[in-house]
Design a protein around this ligand. Structure first.
Ligand code: AMP
Length: 213
């Protein structure tokens, strides 16, 4: 099963993607996590990506697509995957489609986690991330067991640079201009399913499992 997650930054698609991956035994692939790991390790790719990420802009398609195609070619992706944060532009979606078509495959579900803009900025300011293992929390809705410390690996939690209010506004504009058109794209292909992302996390997940079976 090949699933992609759509939704504005902060809609909760990462949290849902991880829960789907665990329940269905699929790899969770987040292009944002891959970029952040590269930044942490000081790679050339990381340096290039950071320039865009810190401004709330998308990393250029060419770089992102290459990275994603390498990742989904790995053995653990044979039975499918959950893509979180990819595709984010129509050209990225077209490349993914074309690559899958070569293998006689397609995206089975594009899950749109729908949250209005008004809710997004508040949500993002409460978000905390572990830069070591990629786990994410929210100070109100998904707090860690110990304040400021990752439950999974014990590292310190931070407010990501790109989750700061001034950057969030830019990311929302970029989302509407470049990523939202994917909703129509997948609707036309019959793969789109929308869920109400303003509901509590467990209810959103229940709606998604209803769809995936
Ligand atoms: P995320 O963790 O998915 O919110 O991604 C954080 C940042 O990484 C985004 O704001 C972009 O700058 C960059 N990024 C992640 N995925 C992509 C993608 N598919 N295309 C372009 N940039 C991306």
């Amino acid at each position: 099963m090949k699933i992609i997650m759509l939704g504005a930054p902060g809609a909760g698609k990462g949290t849902q993607a991880k829960m789907i991956a665990e329940k269905y035994g699929l790899p969770h692939i987040s292009t944002g996590d891959i970029f952040r790991a590269n930044i942490k390790n000081g790679t050339e790719l990381g340096k290039e990506a950071k320039e865009y990420m810190d401004k709330g802009l998308l990393v250029p398609d060419e770089l992102t697509v290459r990275l994603l195609l390498d990742r989904v070619a790995k053995d653990d992706c044979r039975n499918g995957y959950v893509l979180d944060g990819f595709p984010r532009t129509i050209p990225q979606a077209e490349v993914l489609d074309a690559e899958l078509a070569k293998l006689g495959e397609k995206v089975d579900y594009a899950i749109n986690v729908d949250v209005p803009d008004e809710n997004i900025v508040n949500r993002m300011s409460g978000r905390r991330a572990c830069l070591s293992c990629g786990a994410t929390y929210h100070i109100v809705s998904i707090p860690p067991k110990k304040e400021g410390i990752c439950d999974v690996c014990g590292s310190e939690l931070v407010l990501r640079d790109d989750d700061r209010p001034e950057t969030v506004q830019k990311r929302l504009t970029v989302y509407h201009e470049q990523t939202q058109p994917l909703i129509d794209f997948y609707e036309k292909k019959g793969a789109l399913r929308s869920v109400d992302g303003t509901l509590p996390m467990e209810e959103v997940f229940a709606a998604i499992t209803e769809i995936l079976g």
